[in-house]
Design a protein around this ligand. Structure first.
Ligand code: PRP
Ligand code: URA
Length: 214
């Protein structure tokens, strides 16, 4: 879907994503259903976020004849969830890209200042050689995602994408200002942030709804 944010921002335009997100937004949806839907939408957005993976060919024999058939060129890939809520998306990404490695970044947002506080980082040793997909259900102020991108760049990563379920315009603007090279894939673009830094209409606190902590 075209937006004012230009070609590096991809908002999903697919009825399945729209339908599943509506169920997630409903405050009466159970923890079990919410968790399953995070994973399913994660898989669907991964499909879009991997559209530019390079292909090569290999020779195979079908039951009918030989052919030079397309196969992934074998670029190395790492999915990086921002803890906690990003964990909910990992399974969906791995179902699409089973050979991906997983790096973890722990970050929580101070509820008063909305500033991100990193508390954990564990990456594969060769992370600088890998294409990076940072995943988090929510892009609100963009502080957490920007900090995570900083962390990956410090480690030498050059090809970084960010995948979220719901994005606020404020968050996209923040990432584009600090990291204009990073492509953003979002299930939906919402209206604005409220005074507490929550996305409106949004889906509430994603971590609490995935893990049932409220
Ligand atoms: C949520 C969400 C993002 C962040 C988004 O995490 O999962 O990481 O807030 O907000 P921002 O764009 O304004 O930084 P939270 O800090 O609630 O931690 P949690 O995942 O442990 O629930
Ligand atoms: N974090 C969430 O989990 N939800 C929001 O709406 C904003 C930040």
């Amino acid at each position: 879907m075209e937006t004012k944010f230009g070609s590096k921002v991809h908002i999903m335009d697919h009825p399945l994503v729209a339908h599943k997100l509506t169920i997630m937004r409903d405050k009466n949806t159970s923890v079990k259903d919410f968790r399953e839907l995070v994973s399913e939408i994660g898989m669907l957005i991964t499909y879009e976020a991997t559209r530019d993976l390079p292909l090569t060919t290999k020779h195979i024999e079908t039951p009918i004849c030989g052919m030079d058939a397309p196969t992934l060129a074998g670029r190395k890939f790492v999915v990086v969830p921002i803890l906690r809520a990003g964990l909910g998306l990992v399974d969906g990404v791995l179902r699409m890209v089973p050979s991906a490695r997983v790096g973890h970044i722990g970050m929580y947002r101070d509820e008063e200042t909305l500033e991100p506080h990193p508390y954990f980082c564990k990456m594969p040793k060769d992370v600088a050689e890998r294409d990076v997909l940072i995943v988090d259900p929510m892009l609100a102020t963009g502080g957490s995602a920007a900090e995570a991108i900083d962390e990956m760049k410090k480690r030498g990563c050059k090809h970084i994408k960010l995948m979220v379920l719901v994005a606020a315009p404020e968050g996209i603007e923040h990432i584009q200002k600090l990291h204009p090279d990073v492509e953003i894939y979002a299930g939906a673009l919402d209206d604005h942030l409220n005074k507490n830094g929550y996305i409106v209409p949004g889906l509430g606190d994603a971590g609490d709804r995935i893990f049932g902590t409220k």
